[in-house]
Design a protein around this ligand. Structure first.
Ligand SMILES: [Zn+2]
Length: 150
């Protein structure tokens, strides 16, 4: 199975940054994750091979919030765990609370929202990897079509 490549996201001083380019030096060029949102933050950072992050252009239009930044990290890890393990949603959320703290996980979403997020990740994965599920899926689609015709 091909390994899925996640663009790494980092939390840094209450903001999230995403790798956009790896420079010839091996350093990573980072953009604020709020660049393409309504915030339009143009912050620019650089991550050295040792993992240290420096900001070349400061954040604008939003303020630092450690818990929100950690919530974003938690949400990404919940998705990864949903795909890479068969653990019960409750178990995944408990692990994330231990790792990131209860509040960031609460900010990431309610228990039912995150539960749906986990099952959606698993559905998507099955649809690609499992031909039996693929067949069931098109059967469902056919019956839905049939229903709308009647
Ligand atoms: Zn920013």
């Amino acid at each position: 199975m091909p390994k899925r490549v996640f663009k790494p996201i980092y939390a840094h001083e209450g903001f999230n940054l995403r790798t956009v380019q790896t420079l010839a030096s091996g350093d990573e060029l980072l953009h604020c994750t709020q660049r393409k949102t309504a915030v339009k933050c143009n912050a620019l950072g650089r991550r050295a091979a040792d993992g240290s992050i420096s900001i070349l252009k400061p954040h604008s239009g939003h303020s630092a919030d450690d818990e929100v930044a950690m919530a974003k990290m938690a949400r990404i890890e919940i998705k990864e765990r949903a795909q890479s393990s068969g653990a019960a949603p409750k178990k995944i959320l408990n692990e994330m609370k231990l790792k990131y703290g209860a509040r960031p996980v609460t900010i990431a979403g309610s228990t039912s929202t995150l539960g749906r997020l986990i099952s959606r990740q698993r559905d998507n994965k099955c649809r690609v990897a499992d031909t039996v599920n693929e067949a069931n899926f098109s059967k469902k689609k056919r019956s839905a079509k049939h229903k709308s015709n009647s």
